[in-house]
Each structure stands twice: as C-alpha cells, then as structure tokens.
Design a protein around this ligand. Structure first.
Ligand SMILES: C[S@@+](CC[C@H](N)C(=O)[O-])C[C@H]1O[C@@H](n2cnc3c(N)ncnc32)[C@H](O)[C@@H]1O
Length: 428
C-alpha cells in the first residue's frame, strides 16, 4: 500500500536532483568527493565528521564516499508536534512527509547491506512514517517498533477531566538495509540481579555416550547435559565450595553459593557446579544474571537526556536531547567495536549521537566513526542557548563534542565541514 500526498512526486525528484552547494573544510577549501574523508586507498574513515548544512544537500554530497558503507543510521527528526522548541517543529503533514521522503531515500542508499536505520518518532507521525519507510526500505526490511519511555509531564493533575492520557512513551522504528541482514543477540542490564538457580542435569535427547554414572546414577535413556569430565569437575567444585564456606550441603544458602561464585568470577575463574538435588537428582548451577535479552520494550531508559546535556553545557540549552544510553544501546546492537563501522546522524541537534559514539568507543576500545549533520539553525533570540553564546544549533553540537572529548580524554580526530553555495549558484 502506498501513501499519497500533495507534493510526493516533487519530493521523490528532490532525492535525485543534484546537490545545491559544495562541501568545504574549515578553511573554506572544497572537500572533493572522497578526498579528506578517506585517505588514499584507506578502507576506513580516518576521522569523525561534523557537517554544518541542510541534510538533503549533505547526504547528496556525501553519497559518493558513503554509498553502501554506513553501518548504522540514527535520526531523530522534528516530530511535527507544533511545539516551539529551539528548533522549528511544525509543518503540515504533507510538508513533513515531503521533507522526510527524499532524505530517507538517500539514507537507504548510504546503508551497508548489513546495516540498519533507527528513527525516533512519536504518535504524531509514527503511522505515516511507517508507511513511507515500508515503501522506501521494503516491508520485509521492517524489524521493530521499539517503545522508549519518556518523561511524563504532570500538568494534567490540575484538571478534573482530560481529553486524553499523558504520553509516557515514544517509538524507534528499525529497518534493516537488506531483508536477510541479521544482528547479534542484544543483552541489556537487569534492574536487579537474578539470583543463581539450579537446572535438571538430565535431558531427553538420546545420546548413549553421554550416559555415565554420576552420584551413583546412570540414566537408562536420555543423557546428562555435560561430558563426563565436565560433570565430575563440577561436582568436585561444589565440594570445594562447601569446604571453603565451612558449611554442610544441608545448611548452605543460595546467597552463599552466589557470593562464592561471583568471587571466583572476579578472580577470572568461571566454575561449573553440580550437586544432588533434595529429590536425589543431579542438578547444575545456573549463575546469577546481571543482564537479560532485550525485547522491544526500552522503557528502562529513563528520560535523562536534558540532565546529561545540562551537565556539559548548562541548563535549557537544547530542548529534548535524547538520552545517550538510547543511542549506545543501538550501537551495542548493530555495530562492531573494531571494524571502523560508520555511524550517521543527519538530524544531529545537540549531537547526542556523537557523544554516544565517543563514549562507546572509550568503553570498548572501539574505532567506530561518526558523521553528524546539523544545519546552522539560529537559536531563538533571548534563549538560554543564545545567552551562552550559541548562535546556532550547530554551534551547540560542536561545543558538546569538545566537552565530551575533554571529559573522556579522547583525542579521536574530527573534521569540520560546511555545505556552502557553489560559486555561481544562487545568481539570476
Ligand atoms: C529533534 S532534533 C534532534 C535532537 C538530537 N537527537 C539530540 O539528541 O540532540 C532535530 C534536529 O534536526 C535539525 N534539522 C531539522 N531539519 C534539518 C535539515 N533539513 N537539515 C539539517 N538539520 C535539520 C533541527 O535543527 C534539530 O536540531
């Protein structure tokens, strides 16, 4: 099913019309396609890149070097809510769709075959966005509609009746570039550690070679879970643990076992444990878990983006920056630390994505490369941002990157580029 709106044809043409302008470096020298972004013969980007300019032109200008190379795109476009933010956030639905459509077409062209795009959005446009993304990326490439928690404003408490409930969530739509792309299992922190448990050591799959005597029991069918050597070593470990704890098998508690196990693990030892259950059946230990497999419910990520930014640049500088942890979770899922993966955000705002990439690289020794695009949108006169000397949102983003690098002691190089009108353009 296709969505039609007035201006769609023109929007599609815009994706393929030439860029207005050229890319220049800090000294105003043109950055030729490829040069400066990738060294001669270099397979990787040598630096992170900040591009100041309209993202439609920037995507077109970056296309010759980025086509098919970007591992992860994250964007957080204006949600079209009608609110007066530091940035403009209201167009008609048709204008909003016409703005998004060519940019998404280009985004797809930049994605690597194993890559994925994540788009933050809320109720205002999520349904329209999903229909146009199905059209552009293919419905078979849709992966998830992730639910993310957001701060709930309690202004409604003062009224006896309300038109609707307060919104406590928004979404991230995820599309893969190719229908066959697969990503590693993602594990996320649990709020509280799950204590260790015990599992039946017998299972029904019939492997006669895995039937041997254990605590005097030899199964007639099925099998023990582990090899004879591993099981016997695990049973000996359990005896050693009881001895070290100075308690008998009747007295030992699960807390004591978990604490002993975690101490071993801190010393770099991963021990198996095996014992006879109170019902007289061999059972093996399943260690405590600090993480769980992620689902599409990311409501554990609290809305602390504003506080994070306030710590770096002061309060009220930018409205609704995303939490750094949100983007780090995406990075942990679909990018590899040390493969020079390229991460692109072309609605960069205060550059939360840049901070997430720098922090994730610092945490896992990674060499991901970040490319962010933000136009020189003026900050409102009299706003905290303007008072602090940030005339444009791009200036906020650049300042944030500097602060984050200072804090992390990061020396990862950045190239600062701009989209400017080409000589002769804009005349006549
Ligand atoms: C919702 S904000 C992104 C916030 C960002 N995720 C953060 O955490 O700070 C959207 C940003 O996109 C920028 N933007 C909107 N249209 C753009 C365009 N055509 N080219 C470049 N940037 C644009 C706006 O100026 C705004 O800063």
């Amino acid at each position: 099913m296709l969505l039609h709106w007035p201006g769609k044809e023109e929007a599609l043409q815009l994706a393929h019309s030439p860029a207005r302008g050229v890319l220049v470096d800090e000294r105003g020298a043109p950055v030729l396609a490829g040069a400066g972004l990738s060294g001669p013969g270099a397979a990787r980007f040598p630096a992170h890149v900040f591009v100041e300019g309209d993202n439609l032109d920037a995507l077109k200008l970056l296309k010759p070097v980025l086509s098919g190379r970007v591992r992860m795109i994250y964007i957080d476009p204006p949600y079209n809510t009608g609110q007066g933010f530091v940035y403009a956030d209201r167009q008609s639905d048709a204008e909003w769709l016409s703005m998004m459509y060519p940019r998404l077409v280009l985004a797809r062209e930049l994605l690597h075959g194993e890559g994925a795009i994540f788009v933050s959005i809320d109720d205002h446009e999520v349904h329209y966005l999903r229909v146009i993304m199905d059209e552009i990326f293919g419905r078979e490439c849709f992966r998830n509609c992730i639910v993310v928690g957001r701060g709930i404003k309690s202004v409604q408490a003062q009224f006896a009746s309300v038109a609707a409930l307060a919104n406590g969530h928004e979404y991230v739509l995820v599309y893969a570039r190719d229908a066959g792309a697969r990503f590693p299992n993602l594990r996320v922190p649990r709020e509280t550690r799950r204590p260790g448990t015990w599992n039946n050591h017998w299972r029904g799959t019939d492997r006669p070679t895995m039937r041997y005597p254990l605590f005097g029991i030899t199964p007639e069918r099925g099998q023990w879970r582990w090899s004879r050597e591993r099981s016997l070593a695990a049973a000996a470990n359990y005896e050693r643990m009881l001895q070290e704890l100075g308690v008998g098998p009747e007295q030992v508690t699960q807390e004591q076992i978990d604490a002993w196990y975690l101490k071993e693990r801190r010393r770099g030892r991963r021990v198996d444990l095996l014992r006879l259950s109170s019902q007289g059946k061999p059972e093996h230990y399943v260690p405590p878990a600090d993480t769980r497999l992620a689902s599409t419910l990311w409501t554990d990520l609290t809305a602390k983006g504003s506080r994070e930014l306030a710590r770096l640049l002061g309060p009220g500088i930018f409205d609704n920056p995303k939490p750094v942890a949100l983007i780090r979770r995406m990075l942990q899922w679909v990018t590899r630390p040390d493969a020079g993966d390229i991460v692109l955000d072309f609605f960069a705002g205060s550059c939360t994505t840049a901070q997430a990439v720098l922090e994730q690289n610092a945490a896992d020794g990674g060499n991901r490369r970040c490319i962010v695009v933000q136009r020189a949108e003026p900050t409102p006169p009299g706003s905290p941002a303007r008072r602090e000397g940030y005339d444009t949102i791009a200036a906020i983003g650049r300042a944030r990157i500097r602060r984050v690098q200072e804090r992390l002691g990061s020396r990862e190089p950045w190239r600062m580029y701009r989209v400017v009108e080409a000589a002769g353009e804009g005349e006549g």
